[in-house]
Design a protein around this ligand. Structure first.
Ligand SMILES: [Zn+2]
Length: 462
């Protein structure tokens, strides 16, 4: 082992299917799970003479995402042809954006983490889907034949390219989750990895800490699970460090991550960008979004998840705040807190009992802060999920917290269970739960558990 301390350097290219009604350059409907090749037309099948017409909504969605990431919005974005041959690409090129993307440099601040530069965000069309069939493996190598489903061909695809500002699998995971949630909350994509509407290419290299240049990177293509992305990064870092420690030099390559073996295998050598022979798409005019449209979209942005996490982190810490926001429970926690519930309790209630109508937040806040029975609390939350509730009927069901009433009940239970009492006094305090349960049964759930606990401890100390 060398004594060099290695620093991972990670950048992501994230692809999200935009949630438009129709494809990027034709009027074919986007329908997940529709029968094969039922959503096609001369444009997306590349019949001679068919001309593309850009999807206005897809352009708007891309601008919205760009604004959310603080990107500069281009005044003149240009579509370009990215040329390559593959059966899933009937035109022989993909329409993308190259030198003049719709969204220029920006950044995403990951709460509790790093500021990740956004190089660009641009719009392109997805390729069709190839299905390898028959043969021993069912994969491209060894399959008997391949089938192409053109339904996916021409789906609007948003590509977001980050700067290599991430330095651990954890950071990459947090960044990608926050980016995904931002996309979902903007309503521009479902961004579901398991459905393939969100995919990421992950670029990984390592360098000795303190070195500023970049070493050759490995690109992990088409990653579609947070777990595999994390494990793929860890595997790449591990294997690169081992190679450098053996004195090897590395080349820039594309790798596949095999989750079964937790290892990377070379996919193919990385093509240089020049290989694609990009050139401006002659069938499409430049996209020039009017300034007033951009401003209207900017002012219409909701408060973004990153900002909400920052705000809640002051009360709850970054981890709890992130959890609340990522599960969509933050507004409920804030409503409880606004009505006087202590922040940590408000967060726990929102996470565990989040299924209530927002209009009931005030009544529920009063109920949880009052000394009501467990039953009343359960009933209140159950009712609050389906319609408006009044606090008063629940507040009337106060828990039994009076020592003069609870004392004799507890004394009787202790007297009836001398064995358990001896066990507790012998040091096994876990049996306290048994006594609490007995008191709650005896009082039909009306006793205040806090008071019961305190009285039991006092009396058992004996
Ligand atoms: Zn079509």
């Amino acid at each position: 082992m060398s004594s060099t301390e290695w620093e991972p350097v990670i950048g992501l290219e994230v692809h999200a299917h935009l949630k438009t009604r129709t494809k990027m350059f034709c009027r074919c409907e986007l329908a997940y799970g529709a029968g094969e090749n039922t959503r096609t037309c001369p444009v997306c099948l590349a019949h001679p003479g068919a001309l593309p017409v850009p999807n206005r909504k897809a352009i708007q969605y891309t601008i919205e995402l760009g604004l959310a990431l603080g990107c500069e919005i281009s005044e003149r974005a240009i579509f370009a042809r990215k040329n390559y041959f593959y059966p899933d690409l009937p035109k022989g090129y993909q329409i993308s954006q190259y030198e003049a993307p719709l969204c220029g440099p920006g950044a995403l601040d990951v709460p509790g983490g790093v500021r990740v530069g956004i190089t660009r965000a641009h719009l392109e069309e997805d390729a069709a889907k190839t299905v390898h069939a028959g043969g021993a493996t069912g994969r491209s190598v060894g399959a008997d034949y391949s089938l192409v489903d053109f339904n996916r061909g021409g789906t609007p695809l948003l590509e977001i390219v980050s700067e290599p500002d991430l330095h651990s699998a954890d950071d990459a995971d947090r960044f990608l989750r926050l980016l995904r949630q931002t996309i979902v909350e903007l309503g521009i994509s479902d961004a579901e990895m398991e459905k393939g509407t969100l995919r990421a290419d992950v670029n990984v290299s390592v360098r000795p800490r303190g070195e500023t240049g970049f070493r050759p990177r490995w690109e992990l293509k088409n990653m579609n699970s947070f777990t595999f992305i994390r494990r793929g990064i860890e595997a790449a870092v591990r294997e690169q460090i081992a190679a450098y420690d053996r004195g090897e030099t590395l080349e820039q390559s594309t790798y596949d991550y095999d989750p079964d073996t937790d290892r990377l295998t070379v996919h193919r050598s990385k093509e240089e960008a020049d290989d694609y022979r990009y050139f401006p798409e002659p069938d499409l005019v430049p996209v020039a979004p009017p300034a007033d449209l951009v401003e209207r979209l900017r002012s219409g942005l909701p408060e973004l998840p990153g900002a909400r996490i920052e705000r809640l982190a002051e009360h709850l810490g970054v981890e709890s705040a992130s959890q609340l926001v990522s599960t969509g429970n933050d507004a409920k926690a804030e409503a409880f807190a606004a009505h006087g519930v202590e922040w940590k309790a408000a967060a726990a209630l929102a996470m565990n009992r989040g299924d209530f109508l927002p209009e009931n937040a005030e009544a529920l806040a009063r109920i949880v802060q009052a000394n009501v029975t467990r039953e009343a609390l359960d009933e209140a939350f159950a009712a609050a999920a389906s319609g408006p509730i009044e606090a008063d009927p629940y507040l009337a069901q106060t828990a039994l917290g009076d020592e003069s009433e609870l004392g004799p009940v507890i004394d009787a239970i202790l007297a009836a269970n001398p064995g358990q009492v001896a066990t507790y006094r012998g040091g096994k305090e876990g049996v306290l739960g048994f006594f609490v349960g007995a008191v709650m049964r005896e009082t039909q759930g009306k006793a205040d558990p806090k008071v019961v606990n305190r009285l039991l401890r006092e009396k058992l100390r004996g």
